[in-house]
Design a protein around this ligand. Structure first.
Ligand code: KIV
Ligand code: NA
Length: 262
């Protein structure tokens, strides 16, 4: 199966096929999701939270993203692979361009994602002008958690909703091939989806987006904390891992079991 391109993604959106996107951070998970037929894999800077155990995504470095994105890329041959530009690596268009080039050259992924509203449009435009595929990301942008003052639903106030619509339009005009809408009021996400030609990919933003994205750990229940309300886990991998470890520990601690190590 040949790898999906940004043109394929646009074509699926035009034909009304919903886009399925998940995060992945390692080779084997990426390979399994790729075999399942996922459209887009995101090497999210959520790896800071779910893989590295940080409180926020702010400590994640470009080198962290490069190492994990290269592993995800090696695990896939069907999905379009997108990698986040982490905190502090897209502070201005030229810095973002330099870091995106490094990321693409060292990993082989097909696209980068940048958080931010209309203020990020010149950066998107600079990268697209150099032939880089860029996914935008508005609403709850976790790299701005301290400036925002927490993790909350966006677009409740009329002024904020208007700004989000203006941002989405500006990012599309700047050349983004898709846009993540994170934790928006569902009606606003639906309105933005209608207004744009590029696909919207929602997370916690209701059903009326052109696609959906979830953190893989939230989908499969691989976590030590409860998942966000919108995640609807499809498995309880944490319970499977705990049960296997418990069985193994009991087996190892059983004295002189002749089957041990065979
Ligand atoms: O890092 C991430 O997992 C993300 C998705 C939630 C969109 O940016
Ligand atoms: Na992210």
């Amino acid at each position: 199966a040949k790898r999906l391109t940004t043109r394929d993604i646009r074509a699926k959106k035009r034909s009304g096929e919903n886009l399925a996107m998940l995060t992945a951070y390692d080779y084997v998970t990426a390979a399994l999701l790729d075999q399942a037929g996922i459209d887009i894999l995101l090497v999210g800077d959520s790896l800071g939270n779910v893989v590295l155990g940080h409180e926020t995504t702010l400590p994640v470095t470009l080198d962290d993203m490069i190492r994990h994105a290269a592993a995800v890329q090696r695990g896939t041959n069907h999905a379009l692979v997108v990698c986040d530009l982490p905190f502090g690596t897209a502070t201005d268009p030229d810095t973002a361009l330099r870091n995106a080039v490094t990321l693409l050259q060292q990993t082989g992924v097909q696209a980068v994602k940048i958080e931010g509203g209309a203020a990020a449009a010149p950066t998107v435009s600079r990268l697209v002008g150099q032939g880089i595929a860029v996914m935008a990301h508005i609403g709850l942008t976790p790299q701005s958690v301290h400036q925002l003052g927490g993790y909350y639903r966006h677009g409740k106030q009329e002024k904020e909703a208007r700004e989000l619509i203006a941002s989405a339009k500006a990012l599309q005009a700047a050349g983004a091939f898709a846009i993540v809408l994170e934790f928006l009021v569902p009606e606003l996400a639906a309105e933005i989806t209608q207004l744009l030609d590029i696909p919207t990919i929602g997370i916690g933003s209701g059903a009326d987006c052109a696609g959906q994205v979830l953190v893989i750990n939230d989908l499969i229940g691989l976590s030590v904390t409860p998942p966000p309300g919108f995640a609807k886990p499809k498995a309880d991998v944490a319970a499977i891992v705990r049960a296997a470890a418990t069985a193994y520990i009991a087996e190892v601690k059983t004295p002189k079991d002749p089957s041990l190590g065979q």
